[in-house]
Design a protein around this ligand. Structure first.
Ligand SMILES: [Zn+2]
Ligand SMILES: [Zn+2]
Length: 393
């Protein structure tokens, strides 16, 4: 039993010193790594850092490839429209063909112009080494003041005025100076594919469903009828051998075996673009109507919830009402008109300088200031009156 009491005494002596040592180490570690801003989202940001870095680097690296892909796909669709669409409509109706060609080229010019401008116009950066009168915060990455609506783009690695998002398909940021070009490109592209689908609908239907070409349709031997893909029975009046002499005799052109494949390819591309860009255009139209960017939509949503919990209502300071928001976004001020500056390519600059932004509170402030000014005036008047009274006395 003696050894047991001895062990108990040793434990009693050792335990507090080990515990103290552990506490000292813990306090040293916590004091060295203490961060006032540490919370779950900051921890998640730090842990996801390598992944963000990879996505940013990858987006930057494939930017030029994606621009080349957009140009190639657009060029291939235009080529098919020239090769198959225009001859088809010319044969069908000369006047309709002239109308469709004019309409198509108007859309094409607008699509090319707005895409080029969206890619090559810089989105707008805060001035370096100059005084920014209305900076709202400091960018932790640029270590520079940030004007209102400015956000840091981790792909471009710099601050962007009125940043909306970094677009890999443009290999450029969408911000203050090129936001209109980006939206107009999407809008014209969606109208363009709707135009192609409507103009080419009959052509594709005939080619795919009715197998007008007949290049890969096998005839049923020994029957007086054949079945096409719509399920209709077509009487076979006789066997026709399509050799060159027959084609020349009947003034027919040989069918290109790639024609049907090209039409299917074009139909798939058009439908894909219609759904993808159509949804994106609708989303951006809603944002413009509400006077916010993609980034501000998230901020405004969070602020609305936060103030709602406090029983208050949040108002987006840049929301001047749907009509005014669109006028401001499209830059239709100072005599600019819709038909000239929107329906045709226009390089007009956006309103303001991207550093100072009017808000819905400006009017309220102006009224307040006017009232203060009036009060001051009244006081001065009163003081003068008092002085006059004293002098007279
Ligand atoms: Zn920055
Ligand atoms: Zn960017």
């Amino acid at each position: 039993m003696a050894w047991y009491w001895r062990a108990l005494r040793v434990r009693k002596l050792l335990c507090p010193s080990v515990r103290n040592f552990y506490l000292k180490c813990r306090i040293t570690y916590l004091s060295l790594t203490y961060n006032h801003f540490m919370d779950a989202s900051y921890m998640a940001d730090v842990c996801m850092g390598p992944m963000f870095w990879f996505v940013d680097t990858f987006t930057h690296a494939i930017g030029k490839l994606l621009v080349a892909a957009v140009i190639s796909l657009t060029a291939s669709v235009i080529f098919i429209a020239y090769w198959i669409g225009i001859p088809y409509w010319w044969k069908k109706n000369h006047y309709a063909c002239i109308f469709l060609v004019t309409l198509g080229h108007w859309l094409l010019v607008n699509i090319c112009f707005h895409y080029y401008m969206a890619c090559t116009t810089h989105p707008g950066f805060p001035p370096e080494g100059e005084l920014i009168t209305e900076a709202v915060s400091i960018c932790k990455k640029c270590i520079a003041p940030k004007p209102p609506r400015t956000h840091h783009c981790s792909v471009c690695n710099r601050c962007i005025l009125k940043m909306d998002h970094h677009c890999p398909w443009l290999n450029n940021c969408v911000g203050y100076r090129n936001h209109r070009y980006f939206f107009m490109y999407m809008a014209y592209m969606v109208v363009g594919v709707i135009y192609l689908i409507m103009a080419g609908w009959e052509l594709v239907y005939n080619s795919i469903m009715l197998s007008e070409d007949g290049c890969d349709e096998l005839e049923l031997e020994g029957h007086s009828v054949k079945i096409n893909k719509t399920g209709a029975l077509i009487p076979v009046t006789g066997t026709v051998i399509l050799d060159s002499s027959f084609l020349e005799e009947h003034e027919l052109e040989p069918v290109n075996p790639y024609r049907r494949k090209a039409l299917i390819y074009m139909a798939l591309i058009n439908l894909g673009v219609l759904f993808a860009l159509g949804a994106l255009s609708v989303w951006h139209s809603l944002l413009i109507t509400r006077g916010e960017t993609s980034i501000e939509a998230n901020i405004n949503k969070a602020e609305t919830l936060r103030l709602k919990e406090q029983g208050k209502t949040y108002r987006n300071p840049y929301n001047f009402g749907p009509k005014n928001n669109w006028i401001l976004f499209l830059g239709l001020v100072e005599g600019r008109v819709f038909w000239k500056h929107i329906l045709f390519p226009s390089t007009h600059e956006p309103i303001g300088d991207g550093l100072l932004w009017s808000t819905i509170h400006d009017d309220e402030k102006a009224v307040e200031q006017e009232e203060i000014f009036k009060l001051c005036k009244m006081k001065i008047h009163d003081v003068n009156n008092v002085e006059e009274v004293i002098l007279n006395k």
